[in-house]
Design a protein around this ligand. Structure first.
Ligand SMILES: *Cc1c(COP(=O)(O)O)cnc(C)c1O
Length: 359
């Protein structure tokens, strides 16, 4: 790949994160690959983890599940959220495992499965306090019985924490409710409850993990796995009074070295929130002027050639890391991650070797 700007995903770091989380859980950790694996690229990550023995993945939509199947993933693909009755046939055709939180969806799934001659399998979603999707936890047993009576094979039962990392007392309320559900429904189902923060702060349960898998939680020995790299398309020296970029916001004192990097907010750089990139020697280079859709201008300590490589997004928690971008933007790292670099080519590395290139 002779790209001028590209994304690198370190699969070794991803695997380490997964192992660390699995040790912490002492149970199964389902990689959550929704929103194209939080911007990291879902099919390559699923293929890699499947090769390492991971047998179950979670996504948010049928289209995301289909992308995994088309990408060669054979393991269980759980579609989170709540199946819409109109989606039953597609879920069955692609061998995806839907989540049920209504009887209408369960009926549609059972009926379409009969027509197609396929086995309807699902996880039951139970609402323990988030009030978004799921059968109410107090009614989990009759819901399970009703779904099973329709002929649906319920393989798993799960709930989602609303306040992990924010309100531990309410997390405990949800955990207790989920334990009651579990006691009422009995063994023989795969129960899962924790998300990243729930697992990191608590552990000991089956978990569905996104953010922590991508290493975007500081302080637990996890490592971010994604970098954005770019080579300058132009390097020049500014004259006094030169103005840079839209609005001419940066005004040169004169004598500064400026590099133009071919990445912008269309690649996921949050406009107004990227203060620095790392220069070829690891030095911090301040962004000069506004970030454009496709280009970003930065100040250099001195001239560099066009082959120089800048680290626009670093796999760490420093000023060029994704958490700094999110903080400067006043948002959560999830939002920045899912808007990353749809159009940049991606390189998947394991111990320095390129395993796969996309785009
Ligand atoms: C997104 C999602 C997760 C993963 O959450 P993280 O905080 O990224 O670990 C788990 N479960 C459900 C239902 C989700 O929608």
């Amino acid at each position: 790949m002779e790209a001028r700007a590209w994304v690198e995903v370190d699969l070794g770091a991803l695997l380490q994160n997964h192992r660390l989380l699995r040790e912490r859980a002492g149970q199964e950790v389902i990689p959550v690959l929704k929103a194209d694996a939080y911007g990291h690229g879902a099919p390559p990550i699923a293929r890699f983890l499947e090769g390492k023995g991971v047998g179950r993945f979670a996504v948010a939509t049928l289209a995301e599940g289909r992308a995994l199947r088309q990408g060669g993933v054979r393991g269980e693909v759980l579609v989170l959220g709540s199946l819409h009755p109109l989606e039953a046939e597609e879920a069955l055709r692609w061998g995806l495992t839907p989540s049920l939180s209504t009887l209408e969806a369960a009926e549609a799934l059972a009926q379409r499965a009969r027509t197609l001659g396929l086995l309807p399998r699902a996880h039951l979603k139970v609402d323990t306090g988030m009030n978004r999707v799921g059968f109410p936890w107090e009614e989990a047993l009759p819901a399970l019985r009703a779904v099973e009576a329709l002929g649906v094979r319920v393989e798993g039962v799960y709930s989602h924490l609303a306040t992990a990392g924010e309100d531990e007392a309410f997390v405990e309320v949800q955990r207790r409710r989920f334990q009651e559900v579990r006691a009422a429904l009995g063994e023989g189902y795969f129960y899962h409850l924790e998300n990243s923060m729930g697992l990191l702060l608590h552990g000991g349960e089956n978990a569905r993990v996104g953010l922590a898998l991508y290493g975007l939680v500081p302080g637990f020995g996890l490592r971010p796995v994604l970098r954005i790299l770019a080579r300058p398309t132009l390097v020049k020296r500014l004259r006094p009074g030169d103005r840079v970029g839209y609005g001419g916001e940066y005004v040169a004192r004169g004598g500064e070295w400026l590099a133009t990097l071919p990445v912008g907010y269309a690649d996921g750089l949050p406009r107004g929130a990227v203060g620095f990139v790392r220069g070829p020697g690891g030095e911090l280079c301040p962004v000069a002027g506004r970030i454009s859709m496709d280009q970003t201008t930065v100040l250099l300590p001195g001239p560099v050639g066009l082959e120089a490589v800048f680290e626009v997004l670093s796999p760490d928690f420093g000023p060029t890391g994704l958490l700094s971008w999110a903080e400067a933007r006043g948002t959560i790292p999830y939002e920045v991650a899912v808007h990353l670099s749809r159009r940049l080519p991606r390189r998947y590395l394991l111990e320095g070797e390129v395993l796969e290139e996309v785009g």
